[in-house]
Ligand binder design. Sequence first.
Ligand SMILES: *Cc1c(COP(=O)(O)O)cnc(C)c1O
Length: 410
Amino acid sequence: MALVNEQFLSLPGSYLFSEINRKVVEYKSLHTEASLIRMGIGDVTKPLVKAVTDAMHQAVNEMAAAETFRGYGPEQGYRFLTEKIIEHEFASKGINLSPDEVFVSDGCKSDMGNIGGLFSRDNVIAVTDPVYPVYVDTNVMEGRAGNLLESGQWSNIVYLPCTADNGFVPSLPEKPVDIIYLCFPNNPTGTTLTRTQLKKWVDFALNTGALILFDAAYEAFISEEDVPHSIYEIEGATQCAIEFRSFSKTAGFTGVRCGYTVVPKTVTAFSKTTGNAVLNGMWNRRQTTKFNGVSYITQRAAEAVYSSEGRKQCMENIAYYMENASIIREALKGIGFEVFGGINAPYIWFRTPGKEDSWHFFNRMLTEINVIGTPGVGFGPSGEGYIRLTAFGSKEDTQTAMKRFQSWNY
Ligand SMILES: *Cc1c(COP(=O)(O)O)cnc(C)c1O
C-alpha cells in the first residue's frame, strides 16, 4: 500500500493567491461591469526584450539543423552562460567564483524548494516574517516545521519579525538556529538591508556555524548605493551562504524559466559520520541525479541578457516598473498612508489606515475602488495590518489605481 508523506497533509489547504483569486472571481461575477486593476500577484507584464527573443530565434534555428542541434546539455548549465553570469554579476563586483560554483536551473523557486533535500530534518530553520511562502512550506513538506499553531506559525520554525517597528530589519535570533532564509530586496515588503546590516548576519552565521540561504531575485531593482546586490559582497559570505538568483524579474523570464544558484565550494554543513560535507558537491550530485538541465534555447536567451543591447533593454523595463513604484509610493504617502519599499524593489508595502486587518482592507479595496492588492497577513502573522502592491502593471493602470485611492473616502 502506498503511504503518503504525512507532512503534506499538515499544510493548510488554501494558498494565498487562490484565495485572492476566488474572491476576485466572485466579485467579478456579481459586478461584470467593474474595471478591476490587478496589483496583487508578483508577475511581470512587459514582453521579453528584443535582444532575448533574437537569441531565442537563432537558437531555434540551430536546433533545427543537424550540424548545430543539441541534445542533453550539462545539468549544471552551459559554460557560455555560467561564464557570462560570473563576469557580469560577480567578477564586476570583485567576487571571485568559478563556473562550477554556479548552477543554472529552471528558476529560483525550484532551487529554493529543492535545497532542503541536502539537509537533515533536525535543523532549526529561521525565516523573516512576513515571508515568501516557499521557504516555510517546503520545510513543512520535509518535516522540519513541527505543528501549525493557532498564531499561524509553525512550532519548530524561528520567526524573525520585520515590521515598521524595527524598520524591517530583522534582529538576530535569540534561540540557536541552523539555517536562515534571507530575501533582500525583500518580497513582500520591498525593503532591503544595507551592507552593515547584512554583515551582522554573515558574522552571526560565521560565529555560530549557521548557513544562510540568500534569495537575491530582486537585486536588479536596487537603486541605492549602500545596498548589496549579492551576499558575497560581504566578507566571509562565501564560507556560509548559498545565493539564489533568477532571470524572472530581472529580464521578464517568469514564463521562460531560468535562474541559477551559487554554491561556493567553501560552504559546508556538518555530518555526524564524515565531519564537514562540501555542499557544492552535494548540490552537484542532487542536480545531476534529479535534474537534466535547462533548454539550450532558454540558456541562449539568458546569455543575451548580458549583451550590451540586452542589458540596456532589460534595464529600461526595470526603470519602467520602478517609475510605477514611485508613482504608487508618492500617491499613497500623499494621502497619509505609511508606505515602505518601492525604492530598491518593485513592491510597495503599506500599513492599512487605523491598522485595519489585512483581509478586511483587501476586501474594501476590491469592492470600493476595484483595486486588487495582496493582504500582508498572507505572508505571515507580522504582515497583519499591511497590504502589498506590485509595480509590475502598466503605467496607465498604476496611475488610474492611484487616482482611485486619492478620491476614496477610506
Ligand atoms: C519571483 C520570486 C522568485 C523567482 O522565482 P522563479 O522560480 O525564478 O520565477 C524568487 N524569490 C522570490 C522571493 C520571488 O518573489
